[in-house]
Design a protein around this ligand. Structure first.
Ligand code: C2O
Ligand code: CU
Length: 461
């Protein structure tokens, strides 16, 4: 483990010094997540070996946790790419269970999407080659799409960063992976699905970049871009950094027309946010990153604030430069009447709580059939007393209204995962282009709800 650690640290250092986010007055700093090793020297081509396997990890002092991981680390190796790059992944399943890899948010051919609508599970000991070209800049992630609630919870998740032509100028970029793991006192993962875990998704201890309360080193006065994503099964995060305004550049697949200033930011499972802050404080001081209560139903409103990470000021920037004031944003899709309503609900059957779409439990949910090169309007209606994060595979969508009230033009953006609060509805427009032929899943990204039936398919024909 030690040598492996030194080996990837060397790689990180090598990668950082060859990469320039911005023409730097000072060397921009970059995330220290472990990186995938590109086996293909050709420009525009990335080839990686990826293996899912059991391994052990120390989450809590004095205990060892048996986990599942991609290439031995949680999060798995960061895949860094540019728009237009072609990725080839030589994947080996060394788990005792079948698995697949889904590339959350990435637009790719349906046969590469890793959902059971298009791919047979990869058996233990078997291999599969995923291959596709990145079309869109953004932060994405990869995870299994077979018994996802258990496999993701055991540690199978990794990050993909795709850079485009319009990256903002920054001094420092960190990828902040918000996760959650439910542990027993002996350190082993608590996989038992009790009633609470079924309702809210398994919740346990918050881990950030696979660690309990990690520290990120930052310079006061510098422009720090935090690319935050939520890989937890069920936990909703509501982040704040006391004394600091969050400048929210974008989410999921793009940028807002102008950055939004926020004091708090709710991030639901599967969702990503692109945030800038300028740290303030004396050298040596620590700025806490706090998860504050958010009412998503079922008595979640009164939870205490929790420090989940901190920013340690280890110097001052010589010249931070201005934050971006405008970013290239999405073109609005043509509005149209609702084509399909999807009611997200729950029902009790023989003492078991099931999660439903239009009162039916997947796979007993009729597919939505859409022609290629079409825009479709979906109304997603939450009839339950808890929020659900709605995720669509294979297409970006734009939320145009909430409870019938138009979303302001300042919030126009392409998304793939969105909160649908309890007892409310949203209307979204999804665009299916010529490359999107195939079968695509949609589901609640509380993985226990998805596995419990709140899932369906869009067939693009
Ligand atoms: Cu990240 Cu079908 O999910
Ligand atoms: Cu849900």
């Amino acid at each position: 483990m030690k040598t492996l650690r030194r080996w990837w640290l060397a790689l990180v250092v090598a990668a950082c010094s060859s990469e320039q986010v911005t023409p730097a007055r000072e060397e921009p700093r970059d995330t220290t997540l472990p990186r995938a090793v590109d086996l293909n020297p050709a420009p525009g081509a990335i080839e990686i070996n990826l293996e899912a396997a059991p391994t052990s990890k120390q989450y809590l002092p004095g205990t060892t946790t048996t986990v599942s991981a991609y290439n031995g680390t949680i999060p798995g190796p960061l895949i860094d790419a540019r728009v237009g790059d072609r990725l080839r992944v030589n994947f080996r399943n060394s788990l005792a269970q079948p698995t697949t890899i889904h590339w959350h948010g990435v637009r790719l051919p349906a046969t590469m999407d890793g959902s059971l609508a298009m791919q047979n599970p990869i058996a233990p000991g078997a291999t599969f080659t995923y291959e596709f070209t990145f079309r869109d800049a953004g932060l994405y992630w990869y995870h299994p799409h077979v018994t996802g609630d258990l496999q993701v919870h055991r540690g199978l998740y990794g990050i993909i960063r795709v850079r485009g032509a319009d990256e903002p100028a920054v001094d420092h970029e960190e990828i902040v992976v918000l996760g959650d793991v439910k542990l027993k006192p002996d350190g082993s993962i608590d996989e038992y699905l009790d009633d609470n875990s079924r309702m809210l998704g398994r919740e346990g201890r918050i881990v950030v970049n696979g660690a309990v309360t990690p520290r990120f080193r930052v310079r006061a006065g510098s422009r720090v871009r935090l690319r935050v994503l939520n890989v937890a099964n069920g936990r909703f995060f509501n982040l704040k950094i006391p004394g600091h305004t969050l400048t929210v550049l974008g989410t999921d697949g793009g940028f807002y027309p102008k950055p939004l200033a926020r004091e708090q930011l709710v991030i639901v499972p599967g969702e990503r946010y692109d945030v800038m802050i300028v740290p303030r404080g004396d050298v040596g001081s620590e700025i806490p990153v706090i998860n504050t209560a958010y009412d998503r139903g079922h008595d979640t409103a009164g939870r205490a604030d929790e420090t989940i990470a901190s920013l340690v000021i280890d110097g001052a920037a010589s010249d931070g430069g201005p934050l971006p004031t405008a970013m290239p944003s999405a073109t609005p899709l043509p509005d149209r009447p609702v084509d399909q309503t999807l009611a997200l609900g729950e029902k009790l059957l023989d003492g078991n709580m099931l999660f439903t779409v239009n009162d039916r439990v997947y796979p007993d949910v009729p597919p939505i059939v859409v022609p290629t090169d079409a825009v479709r309007a979906f109304e997603v209606k939450n009839t339950s007393e808890m929020d659900h994060p709605f995720h669509l595979h294979g297409a970006f969508f734009q939320v145009v209204s909430r409870n019938g009230v138009a979303v302001p033009a300042a919030e126009l953006i392409d998304k793939d995962t969105v909160i649908v609060p309890q007892k409310s509805s949203i209307k979204l427009l999804a665009r299916y282009d010529a490359a999107s032929r195939g079968k695509w899943m949609y589901h609640c990204h509380i993985l226990e709800h998805a596995e419990g039936g709140m899932m369906g398919e869009v067939h693009v024909e």
